[in-house]
Design a protein around this ligand. Structure first.
Ligand code: GLU
Length: 307
């Protein structure tokens, strides 16, 4: 597929903190990528884990996007919140179960965290889990001992090959990371399942997001294919990192947009970011003006050190 006005992109923030400049860099690129071809954008709130996410963060994120001129095309009705889509995830879960693709995993909490947003790509290694080999009797013993399992999906030994819109050809064997969690032991559906289903169900055909999720992409392509859908095109963006070399995180409160808005105008924030992304010269600018200048070939591939 090539980018046309039928392009449907999305912003998919997890409202577990304030938007920071790093998040904003991927939202800006997602917006430019889609709007430069006259496509539409969905805002979907990825609030699967209600212990970590809050509606007030979601409202703040939407308000920041609006303030910066990054508009989207849906109303923020409940169906655009993942926390309100669990009955659909239940159906998919049942479907996968019926096809014998799932098994219970009784591993420790740290492994279960593998399934949680907002940094889902970072902990995906299926190190040492033997749960798929447990006998019926062993499972029963664990259940009797009060263990509640998470649920994992069996992945085949299969190489997924795709072309990332920014980083080019990517080959990844699903077996390298191994089986992954689709539902946590507390019942919460995992990022990989929800994001794959939602991108498919919402007709998203273009995903622009941070490079930290590149490692999740093969899983999502495979899962969407298994569910009978057509995977979107993926285009990953470099990450913004602090001078100390750390990826910006929601914990870096001082670089939150909420905080920056106290001292800078929307045009100043966008101008600064455009300079970092190599599509501007740091002069205050609106997002509309960047549309003419935007070209993926200008965007750095290496992570960007904020100065
Ligand atoms: N919800 C994720 C985040 O805020 C993004 C997931 C995605 O773009 O696939 O980091």
């Amino acid at each position: 597929m090539s980018v046309t006005s039928d392009t449907v992109g999305r912003f998919a923030p997890s409202p577990s903190g304030y938007t920071h400049l790093g998040n904003l860099a991927s939202y800006l690129l997602a917006w430019l990528d889609v709007r430069s071809v006259g496509g539409s954008i969905i805002l979907r709130i990825e609030d699967l884990d209600l212990n970590r996410c809050s509606e007030s963060f979601a409202e703040q994120i939407a308000d920041d996007l609006k303030f910066l001129g990054l508009d989207w095309d849906n109303e923020l009705r409940p169906e655009f919140h993942q926390s309100r889509r669990t009955s659909m995830y239940e159906d998919i879960f049942r479907q996968l179960m019926k096809h014998d693709m799932l098994y219970p995993c009784y591993c420790s909490r740290s492994q279960r965290l593998a399934a949680s947003a907002p940094h889902p790509g970072e902990y995906s290694h299926d190190t040492g889990c033997r749960c798929k080999y447990l006998s019926y009797y062993e499972r029963l013993q664990l259940e009797k001992a009060g263990k509640t399992p998470a649920w994992k999906i069996r992945v085949p030994d299969k190489e997924i090959v795709f072309t990332d819109g920014h980083y080019g050809a990517v080959r990844q064997n699903l077996a390298d990371d191994g089986d992954f969690i689709v539902r946590r032991s507390d019942g919460v559906f995992a990022y990989q399942l929800a994001v794959s289903f939602d991108d498919m169900a919402m007709g998203v055909n273009r995903v622009v997001r941070g490079r930290d999720l590149l490692n999740s992409t093969a899983k999502q392509i495979w899962l969407i294919n298994e569910l009978g859908g057509i995977p979107p095109e993926y285009c990953h963006a470099p990450l913004l990192i602090s001078e100390s070399g750390k990826k910006l995180s929601k914990r870096d409160g001082d670089l939150s947009i909420k905080q920056l808005r106290k001292s800078y105008s929307a045009e100043e924030i966008i101008g600064f970011l455009a300079k970092q992304l190599n599509i501007g010269d740091c002069k205050p600018t609106g997002v509309q003006e960047l549309l003419n200048r935007f070209d993926w070939s200008l965007i750095p591939k290496n992570d960007i050190i904020l100065k």
